[in-house]
Design a protein around this ligand. Structure first.
Ligand SMILES: Cc1cc2nc3c(=O)[nH]c(=O)nc-3n(C[C@H](O)[C@H](O)[C@H](O)COP(=O)(O)O)c2cc1C
Ligand SMILES: CCCCC(=O)C(=O)O
Length: 390
C-alpha cells in the first residue's frame, strides 16, 4: 500500500478503492454527464450540453481527440514525477485551468462561488466568465490569493469594457481572456426548441448588473426593472464590429497578460501574435458556435507549429480526461481548459463535485504521464503520439 500511495494519481485511486463505495461524483465523464442530466431541468441541461446545428463539431472534437494515439515509452524510471507548469510567471500544480462558463446558476445555486472555492483549494486557475452568476468581486472573495483570470466578451460599449477590465484587475485577476468566437451566439437547436436561453431570464448577467457603467445606461435600476436591464444586456454584451484593430484598445487598458480565445485558423494565430497578445486559446467553443467547424484538436495541430513557442498556447473543446490533457500537451499546448465536465460536476455535487472532478483529472493525468514514461511536462512532446486511422 505504501508504494500505491506514493504519488498523487495512485493516492487518489487508493482513496476511492479504500472507501469501498462508488464515489458520489462519477469518475467517468459520460456517467458524470448522465448524472447531471438526471438532476437538471431539460432547459439547464440543454444549455450546457447544446451545440451549434446538428452537433457535428461537438462530436468531431471527441472523434479527432480519440484518433491521437499515445506511444508509451517503457523501461524508464517513473518514480516521482512533476506535473507542474509555469504560465505567465505563476507555477501551477498541473497545466490545467477551469474554462469560463456562463450562467452557472443553472447547474447549482452556489454557481461560480462553489467553483471558485474548489479551484482555490486545488490551486487550479479559474477563468471567471463575463457571464458569471455572481459579480466577479464576490467570486474573487472566495479565492484568497489563488489564481483567477477574467474572460471578457468585448462589449459594444467601450466604457463598459474598460470598467470590466479595471474591476478584474482590482479583484486580483491575473490575465484577461478576450473571447473572439462569439460576436453573436451560434444557432443552437436544443435551446431554440425549448425556447430557453438563460440570459433572457436574467441569469448569468451579475457582472453587468453590478457594473456602474452598465447601470448608468439604464433608466431605472435593475432591482426595479429587470426586464429592461436584460434588454440592455442583450443589446450591449457583444460587439459584432470587434476587429483585430480594436483589440489594441483592450491591450491599452491593462498590463495583465492578454489572451485571445476561439482561434482555430493558423493565419489568425499569426495575426494574434502580430497584435501583441500574450497567449492564444485554441478552441471552437465546444462546437457551440459553428456546426462543421474544424475539430479543435486538428486546429491545435496546425497552430502549434505556427506559434512555435512565441507565446503560450492553451486548448479546449473536448477535454474529458487525463489522457486528453496528455494528447493536447503532446500536440504543443501549454495547458488545457476544462469545460462541460465542470458544469456537470457542479450540478451533481456543488463545490465537492468540482473538487472531485479536479482531483480525478489530475490523478488520471499523473498516471497517464508516468505510465507513458514521462516524469516532467517538457517530456510530453510530439514524439509521444501518432495520428491513428480515421
Ligand atoms: C454552459 C457553457 C457556458 C459557456 N460560457 C462561456 C463564456 O461565458 N465565455 C466563454 O469564453 N466561453 C464559454 N463557453 C465555452 C467554454 O469556455 C469552452 O470553450 C468549451 O466549453 C469547451 O468545450 P467542451 O466543454 O466540450 O470541452 C461556455 C461553454 C458552456 C458549455
Ligand atoms: C451570451 C454568451 C453565452 C455564453 C457562452 O459563451 C455560451 O453559451 O457558449
Amino acid at each position: 500500500m505504501g508504494s500505491l500511495l506514493e504519488a498523487p494519481g495512485p493516492h487518489r485511486q487508493a482513496a476511492i478503492y479504500v472507501a469501498g463505495t462508488a464515489p458520489a461524483v462519477p469518475v467517468d465523464a459520460d456517467r458524470l454527464r448522465a448524472a447531471a442530466q438526471a438532476m437538471l431541468s431539460p432547459e439547464a441541461f440543454a444549455y450546457a450540453d447544446g451545440a451549434a446545428g446538428r452537433g457535428t463539431t461537438r462530436r468531431a472534437n471527441r472523434h479527432a481527440l480519440d484518433r491521437w494515439q499515445i506511444r508509451p515509452r517503457v523501461g524508464r524510471d517513473i518514480t516521482g514525477g512533476d506535473m507542474r507548469a509555469t504560465l505567465f510567471g505563476r507555477t501551477l500544480p498541473v497545466p490545467m485551468l477551469l474554462a469560463p462558463l456562463g450562467a452557472l446558476e443553472l447547474a447549482h445555486p452556489h454557481a461560480d462561488l462553489a467553483v471558485a472555492r474548489a479551484a482555490a483549494g486545488a490551486g487550479v486557475p479559474m477563468i471567471v466568465s463575463s457571464q458569471a452568476s455572481f459579480a466577479m468581486e464576490r467570486i474573487a472573495g472566495e479565492m484568497a490569493d489563488a489564481p483567477r483570470w477574467f474572460q471578457l466578451y468585448p462589449s459594444r460599449s467601450a466604457a463598459l469594457v474598460e470598467s470590466l477590465v479595471t474591476r478584474a484587475e482590482a479583484c486580483g485577476c491575473e490575465a484577461i481572456v478576450v473571447t473572439l468566437d462569439t460576436p453573436t451566439l451560434g444557432w443552437r437547436p436544443d435551446d431554440l426548441d425549448l425556447g430557453h436561453l438563460p440570459f433572457f431570464f436574467g441569469k448569468g448577467i451579475a457582472n453587468y448588473l453590478s457594473d456602474p457603467v452598465f447601470r448608468a445606461l439604464l433608466d431605472r435600476p435593475p432591482e426595479e426593472d429587470l426586464p429592461a436591464a436584460v434588454r440592455m444586456f442583450l443589446g450591449v454584451f457583444a460587439n459584432p464590429g470587434f476587429t483585430w484593430a480594436k483589440l489594441a484598445g483592450v491591450r491599452a487598458l491593462t498590463r495583465l497578460p492578454l489572451l485571445v480565445k476561439g482561434v482555430t485558423h493558423p493565419d489568425d494565430a499569426r495575426r494574434a501574435i502580430d497584435h501583441g497578445v500574450d497567449g492564444i486559446i485554441v478552441s471552437n467553443h465546444g462546437g457551440r458556435q459553428i456546426d462543421g467547424a474544424v475539430p479543435a484538436v486538428t486546429a491545435l495541430d496546425e497552430i502549434a507549429p505556427v506559434v512555435a513557442g512565441q507565446v503560450p498556447v492553451l486548448f479546449d473543446s473536448g477535454i474529458r480526461g487525463g489522457t486528453d490533457i496528455f494528447r493536447a500537451l503532446a500536440l504543443g499546448a501549454n495547458g488545457v481548459l476544462i469545460g462541460r465536465p465542470l458544469f456537470h460536476a457542479l450540478a451533481v455535487a456543488g463545490e465537492a463535485g468540482v473538487a472531485a472532478l479536479i482531483a480525478n483529472l489530475i490523478a488520471e493525468f499523473d498516471l497517464t504521464m508516468r505510465l507513458a514514461g514521462c516524469t516532467a511536462i517538457a517530456e510530453i512532446d510530439r514524439n509521444m503520439i501518432r495520428r491513428g486511422e480515421p
